[in-house]
Design a protein around this ligand. Structure first.
Ligand code: PMP
Length: 393
C-alpha cells in the first residue's frame, strides 16, 4: 500500500474531504511533496506557521533545548527556564495586569483552563459565548462553541451555557451578575472571518465591568501577529481578563496558554481544591520554540508589513466569481457563491501549487492566512494561480 492508501486505512479521518496532500518537507511559505512538487502554503496549517515553516531561529531554539532536556516533571513544579522565560516574554507583550501565564498544549486545553478559572474565581456557573464561535473540540470547549450542528451529537454538554450574537450590542444585556464569563473570539475564525466593531468590544468590556463578569478573549487563531497587531484586541482599545492563545504561539510546535492576572490565577493554587493540572503543559521544547517565535515576530518586524500584504491580496483577488472579502489583517475569507463553486477552485489551485481551504462553519469562503513572512512577489504568484484556477474550472 502507498502512503495515501495507508492514510485512508489507518489514520482516523476527521472529514469527508481531507485535502490529502502529501508533504515531505516544508520551508518558509513552501511545502514540498514527493518528487519535489512545490506548494505555496496560504493557510499556515490553519494559522500556525505565522513565522513560516521551520524558521531557522525556531530550529536553533529547538536544537539547543534538545541538547538540554525534554520532559522533566508535570507542569508547575520545577523551575524550567524555557517556560519561565516564555511566560515573561508573553507578559511583556501584554497590558500589565495580564501578568500570569498558564502553559498548556493546545487551544482546546487553554479554553478548558480559562473556563474553569472563571468559574472558580467568580463562584458563578453561567458562561456566555457567541453564535458561530469555535473554541475547540474537547467537551468544555465544544460546550461554548456556537454551532448547534457540531454540538448536537454530544449532548448533554456543560450546562449553563448561553449563545448570543457576535457583534450585537443589544444582546450584551444577557450578561448579568450570574455570568461567570463571556468567551469571545476577537475575530471569529471558523465562522469565516467575522469581524465586530470597536464599539462592540468596548460595550462588551463595559458590560463585563458592570456585572463583574470575566471577559475571556480567544486569540488562538487571531493572536501572535496574524491581524497585524501582536494581539488582535489591540485593534479595539480594550483588554481581556483572561486571554487564550495557541496555534501560532509555538512556531510549529504544540503549545497553548491561558493568561490572567496573578490574583485571578491564584485561585488555582488554593489547596485542597484541585486547580488545573497538565503533564506536558509548556513542554520545554515547545516553550523554547515559542520564545524564539516571539522574538522573530518582534525582531523581523513582521507586524509592520501585514497591512500592505493584506492590501495586495485584496487588490489582486478581484474576479466576477469573488463575491467579497472579509478580513482582519492576514486572516482572510474570500467569498464565493457556494461550496460547489469553491471546492473545484481549491482543488485546481492545489494542482497548480497553491494551498487554501475553507472554514468549519463557512464553506462558501476560501481561507487565506499565509505565513506572515510571505513576500510581495510570492503573494503575486499565489494570487495569479488562484485567479487562473477560478478561470479554469
Ligand atoms: N479557538 C479557536 C479560535 C480556534 O481557531 C481553534 C482551532 N481552530 C481552537 C480554539 C482550538 O484549538 P486546538 O485545535 O489547538 O485545540
Amino acid at each position: 500500500m502507498n502512503n495515501r492508501q495507508l492514510f485512508l486505512s489507518h489514520l482516523a479521518q476527521t472529514t469527508d474531504f481531507p485535502l490529502m496532500i502529501e508533504i515531505e518537507k516544508a520551508e518558509g511559505i513552501y511545502m514540498f511533496g514527493p518528487e519535489g512538487k512545490q506548494y505555496i502554503d496560504l493557510i499556515s496549517g490553519i494559522g500556525v506557521s505565522n513565522v513560516g515553516h521551520r524558521h531557522p531561529k525556531v530550529l536553533t531554539a529547538i536544537q539547543e533545548q534538545l541538547d538540554k532536556y525534554l520532559h522533566l516533571m508535570v507542569y508547575g513544579e520545577y523551575v524550567q527556564s524555557p517556560q519561565t522565560l516564555l511566560a515573561k516574554a508573553i507578559c511583556d507583550t501584554l497590558p500589565s495586569h495580564l501578568d500570569n501565564v498558564y502553559l498548556v498544549n493546545s487551544g482546546s486545553e487553554a479554553v478548558e483552563g480559562a473556563l474553569k478559572l472563571a468559574k472558580r474565581y467568580t463562584n458563578r456557573r453561567e458562561i456566555i459565548s457567541c453564535v458561530n464561535a469555535y473554541h475547540g473540540s474537547s467537551h468544555g470547549s465544544l460546550s461554548v462553541g456556537g454551532n448547534e450542528i457540531f454540538k448536537r451529537a454530544y449532548r448533554p454538554l456543560l450546562p449553563g451555557i448561553k449563545n448570543i450574537a457576535f457583534g450585537s450590542v443589544e444582546e450584551l444585556s444577557e450578561i448579568t451578575q450570574d455570568t461567570a464569563a463571556i468567551i469571545v473570539e476577537t475575530v471569529q475564525g471558523e465562522a469565516g472571518i467575522k469581524v465586530a466593531s470597536a464599539a462592540y468590544f468596548q460595550a462588551l468590556r463595559k458590560r463585563c465591568d458592570e456585572t463583574g463578569t470575566l471577559l475571556i478573549l480567544d486569540e488562538i487563531q487571531a493572536g501572535f501577529g496574524r491581524t497585524g497587531k501582536f494581539w488582535a484586541f489591540e485593534h479595539y482599545g480594550i483588554q481581556p481578563d483572561i486571554l487564550v492563545c495557541a496555534k501560532g504561539m509555538g512556531g510549529g510546535m504544540p503549545i497553548g496558554a491561558f493568561i490572567a492576572n496573578k490574583d485571578v490565577m491564584g485561585v488555582f493554587k488554593d489547596n485542597p481544591l484541585l486547580g488545573h493540572i497538565s503533564t506536558f503543559g509548556g513542554h520545554p521544547v515547545s516553550a523554547a520554540a515559542s520564545l524564539a517565535t516571539i522574538k522573530i515576530i518582534q525582531e523581523e518586524n513582521l507586524l509592520e508589513t501585514v497591512e500592505e500584504k493584506t492590501d495586495l491580496f485584496k487588490k489582486l483577488l478581484v474576479h466576477p466569481k469573488i463575491k467579497g472579502i472579509r478580513n482582519k489583517g492576514l486572516m482572510m475569507a474570500i467569498e464565493f457563491e457556494s461550496f460547489e463553486v469553491l471546492k473545484p477552485i481549491i482543488d485546481r489551485a492545489i494542482e497548480l501549487g497553491v494551498i487554501t481551504d475553507w472554514f468549519l462553519f463557512c464553506d462558501d469562503s476560501m481561507r487565506i492566512a499565509p505565513p506572515l513572512v510571505i513576500t510581495e512577489s510570492q503573494i503575486k504568484e499565489a494570487c495569479e494561480i488562484i485567479i487562473r484556477s477560478i478561470n479554469e474550472v
